[in-house]
Design a protein around this ligand. Structure first.
Ligand code: NAD
Length: 475
């Protein structure tokens, strides 16, 4: 079985124990992962702390940091195929998606490479003739990054890019589920020439390795992507040292379709919006809020498209939906569908796991009209769409906002004024109008409410990894 290692202080090393990683396409263990425990976490954080204050990174210019990030982006593209294949093997995410996402990963590193020497301080026009006062922008310090199993390369790129551009050093904890691509990515970090200790990558379990990392006294900031439950633990742990946090959490994103929309385009976007990555995406458009006048027509279109999806081996380029990442996810999705149906939801299509080895689940649509269904409230993180209808624009907005989450949203309409009213009214960090799930390093991304706080992407994300120092100089 293939064996992976941690990357700590510029060297690859084993942990005190190993655990198996399971191939979701057949449910069989295929690799052994090193498990980081307290001593490994401490070693990584202390290496990051040393690299921050002494050694080549501490004196490197912003332009030099940018060059390293450009080199990393090039290496990501040169190794795109191997990284995509590893991510597919370890998480079940289909090769079409992992391959396409690698290009975005490189884009984010390039964007922040270019930003590294544009993070500026300021001169202040203070009202004293014999004083010069200015603000220096300095790296916030050692950053702990904790990511979930879906899209680990991407979710770490949106953190590593701005943090390294700002001059921080990093301990990145890959998820215990599917850590292979990130542990392999560490080789590219080394090859790019980042000095030892600047980026440390390890894996281990959340309650042990993750929580020890989040509350380490030398960690200044915790950048977390994952679920609200782990986020609460992390915030409590980091509060011990008053470390700051940025949180990218889950969602229950509304996908709102008005009768005046281009229904064919909306249906394609809805199918991709919920069934891409087998629904294991924080931005999954998991609540369809559809105009009652077109509901039956629209559901029929979705059903036809969902039933035509090619489900299969994630390593096959023809596959459109692969397995879920873990047996735990299959059980969770099945249980929540069961509760929804018990509450009165009607299964339009799918509804069950597939009877074959691996963690496959049929693309599922639930009609929840007139029903108080838990599927409209709780995150599946699986290929399940829950649909309700509305009569008025006000009702559409009220249903869309009837959630504790606030990550993404989609509005499909040909009425420009209505689109603007919806944009103003929707409680979410992102509103996509007549499109869904577009991303770019230039555009900030993040949530409200239970979907988290802080933004990733854009210039502001790099500034978030800095703090200002005010300098007073008597002349
Ligand atoms: P999770 O919260 O269980 O785990 C995420 C990471 O946190 C893992 O590395 C895990 O080991 C670690 N962790 C767990 N408990 C911890 C603790 N007590 N202390 C420190 N670390 C801990 O989430 P998951 O099931 O792996 O991922 C799915 C969740 O992630 C979903 O809710 C999804 O919506 C969310 N997500 C959000 C975004 C976004 O950008 N907003 C993107 C992808 C996924």
């Amino acid at each position: 079985m293939r064996q992976f290692q941690h990357y700590i202080d510029g060297a690859f090393c084993d942990g005190p124990a190993v655990f198996p990683s399971v191939d979701p396409s057949n449910g069989e263990p295929w690799a052994l992962m090193p498990e980081a425990r307290e001593a490994d976490v401490d070693r990584a954080v202390m290496a990051a702390h040393r690299a921050l204050h002494a050694g080549p990174w501490a004196t490197m210019t912003a332009t030099q940091r940018g060059k390293l990030l450009y080199r990393l982006a090039d290496l990501v593209m040169q190794n795109a195929r191997a990284l995509a294949e590893l991510e597919t093997r370890d998480t079940g995410k289909i090769i079409r998606e992992t391959s396409a996402q690698i290009a975005y990963v490189a884009d984010y590193y390039r964007y922040y490479a270019g930003l590294a020497d544009k993070i500026e301080g300021a001169h202040l026009p203070i009202d004293k003739p014999d004083m010069e006062v200015w603000l220096r922008r300095e790296p916030v310090g050692v950053v702990a990054m904790i990511v979930p199993w879906n899209s680990q390369l991407f979710l770490s790129a949106v953190k590593l890019g701005p943090a390294l551009a700002a001059g921080c050093t990093v301990v990145l904890k890959a998820s215990e589920d599917g850590p292979a691509p990130l542990l392999e990515f560490a080789r590219l970090v080394q090859e790019a020439g980042f000095p030892p200790g600047v980026v440390n990558i390890l894996t281990g379990f959340g309650a042990s390795c993750g929580s020890i990392l989040a509350r380490h006294p030398k960690v200044a900031h915790v950048a977390f992507t994952g679920g609200p439950e782990a986020a609460r633990h992390i915030v409590r742990g980091s509060a011990e040292n008053l470390a700051t946090t940025s949180l990218e959490l889950g969602g229950k994103s509304p996908f709102i379709v008005f009768a005046d929309a281009d229904l064919e385009s909306a249906a394609n976007a809805q199918v991709a919006g919920i069934f891409a990555a087998a629904g294991q995406s924080c931005t999954a458009g998991s609540r369809l809020v559809v105009d009652r006048r077109v509901k039956e027509e629209f559901l029929a279109m979705l059903k036809a498209k969902a039933e035509a999806i090619r489900i299969g081996n994630p390593a096959d380029m023809a596959t459109e939906v692969g397995p879920l990442a873990t047996a735990r996810q299959i059980a969770h999705v099945g249980a929540l569908i069961g509760r929804a149906v018990a509450a009165g939801a009607r299964v339009v299509c799918g509804g069950t796991a597939l009877d074959r080895p691996g963690f496959y689940h049929a693309p599922t649509i639930l009609d929840c009209d007139g029903v108080s269904s838990p599927s409209m409230v709780e995150e599946f993180f699986g290929p399940v769409l829950s649909a309700v209808s509305f009569e008025t624009e006000a009702e559409a907005l009220q249903i869309a906002n009837d959630t504790a989450f606030g990550l993404a949203s989609g509005v499909f309409t040909s009425n420009l004024s209505r689109a603007h009213r919806m944009i103003r009214g929707i409680h979410a960090g992102v509103v996509w109008v007549n499109t869904y799930r577009a991303v770019s390093p230039i555009a900030p991304f993040g949530g409200m409410g239970l979907s988290g706080q802080g933004r990733e992407g854009g210039l502001a994300a790099a500034l978030d990894y800095t703090r200002t120092k005010t300098v007073w100089l008597r002349t």
